[in-house]
Ligand binder design. Sequence first.
Ligand SMILES: [Zn+2]
Length: 97
Amino acid sequence: MFDGAIFVGLFIALIAGILVYGDAIKRGESQDSAIGWGIFVALILIIGLPLYFIMVVQKPKKEEHITRICPQCGRNLTAFPVDIKNCPYCGKTFFTS
Ligand SMILES: [Zn+2]
């Protein structure tokens, strides 16, 4: 999973570098300049994307259980125990599955 994220980051960086290179050529940049830009963008992404995947994407989601919302009044029930039988706000009875 860890390695997979880095691989995805590298792959996206490579694609982006190629796209930037092609675009620079189309806009009339010299080949050297276009390669330079492609490498520049790829390098930024190679450093930035895996970092993003590691720091942000793989971080345990804090909002994981904030989805506990009363089906009747829509209030957030995260702060309450998981096994409460009624909504503390509107009194709605929960049917636990
Ligand atoms: Zn409620």
